[in-house]
Design a binder for this molecule. Sequence first.
Ligand code: PMP
Length: 427
Amino acid sequence: KYSGISRDEILAKRREYLSPSIYHFYKNPLQVVEGKIQYLYDEKGRRYLDAFGGIATVCCGHCHPEVVAAIVEQTKRLQHSTVLYLNPAIAEFAQALASTLPANLKVAFFTNSGTEANELALLIAKLYTGNQDIISLRNSYHGNAGGTMGTTAQSIWKFNVVQSGVHHAVNPDPYRGLFGSDGEKYVRDVEEIINFGTSGNVAAFISESIQGIGGIVELAPGYLSAAYSIVRKAGGLCIADEIQAGVARTGSHFWGFEAHGVVPDIVTIAKGIGNGIPLGAVVTTPEIARALTRRNYFNTFAGNPVCTAAGLAVLRVIEKEKLQENAFVVGSYLKERLSALKDKYELVGDVRGRGMMLGVELVTDRQLKTPAKDETLHVMDRMRELGVLIGKGGYYGNVFRITPPLCFTKEDADFLVDAMDYTFSRM
Ligand code: PMP
């Protein structure tokens, strides 16, 4: 039984005491007071199937008992800063994390968020290469601090920060992009940026493996490996932002970049790796990591015992419960069923993504690809009434983002698609 303050009181307090820039989903905002694996509960005890929580926090499911136990046990024993004394949690987690990554990607710097991880990755790349220019993709999201807001390339997520030295390459978006699915053509833009927009040398190229906030945009085939080789010729490092696509989410692979056949120089990780606990990481090679030994580098909470104990528990649960395989099997099934809606409703312009990172783009005109923004909001609202929570994204706000906990079942997938189908049928 929920005994907290009422919805209206929370709203009033938010209006008075919280940042005016925070926003909430739904016209009539939802209060969630409890979570259990793939379900969330509101203050009245109503249950919702959570098909979006995977992105923000949960890959093992809300309040997964093993992850909770690891956090509680470590909290009771010790919670402290990481840096000054030895503690087993951080060392064990660093080793376990390295074992999931290919090649010599084995040295971790921990952070408290994705933004911090990308900021640090950009700094390391600049220090290591001695270069300053950064290339990121249009439509990307990499964070909201000084450097990362510059690399983020969607005006809706940017303030007028100084972003000198950052170049935004044409997005290899197979659905809306200038060159369709022709990865090679998009890569020429990276070449032109280097040749005509820089000294010929760059510090880094940073990209998500599947763009998340940008609306679950997969990169055109062949793009990433060709872009990596051009950037490396210009002396730059390749950074894979795995903050959304990593940690088994894409199903076919543990890391999103693996599906592109590339090995990055730096990988950034956050969100799902902590299953709700603030935990991020930059993982790179021992050689590149040495760049950060030139000065003191200190981060009070990064990699603290409680957060790294959570991270280790997350990796164990993913393995034990075969969550990557589940993301592949159930994710493929879910995508198939969502794709069938495209044949049924003109409104569905595109269905895309991998594993449990799926997008459904709504358009009012398939030829013109006119974003169906109002319809997207309407369907989200209606699905919430039917007990299913999904997210949205994309520059035009017309893409459903379906990113459930990795333990989502086939029955959950059916319930979600049936609710969406029913909603479309009544419009
Ligand atoms: N990179 C990507 C791909 C993200 O989606 C996000 C967050 N949405 C970030 C970086 C920033 O992470 P955080 O919000 O933890 O700072």
